[in-house]
Write a protein that binds this ligand. Sequence first.
Ligand SMILES: [Zn+2]
Length: 139
Amino acid sequence: MPADPNAPPLPQPDALTRPFWEACRRRVLEVSACQACQHLFLPPGPRCPRCWSDRLAVRGVSGEGSVFSFGVYRRSYHPALPEPYTVALIQLREGPRLISNVVGCAPEEVRVGMPVRVRFDDVGEFTLPRFEPARTEAR
Ligand SMILES: [Zn+2]
């Protein structure tokens, strides 16, 4: 059966990235953690990009961060991705960066440095980590 052309584009995990997506399914954001130099990084890889050690583990992180850079798409390139939408490089509080979307606010509200927090959206068989503005909560 041919693939549904309207189905949303989804990740294609391999042996290295599958644990990341499985953690997202559990609503946990995980990063790679080097056991030799303690460097935290994304995306997952076979070696630490800082010291080349292959002694790697994973670590759950807070899901809090800020917008490092972003772009607003004002043309739809896929039926499942209506414009406008925001693609952003998110700086996690713990250090690693990842590419995601900023959701939960108008694209015009997105700013570099804006505090954001992860949220997990179920899309097909995947759970995608996206980021929304971090609301200041009364304590
Ligand atoms: Zn390292």
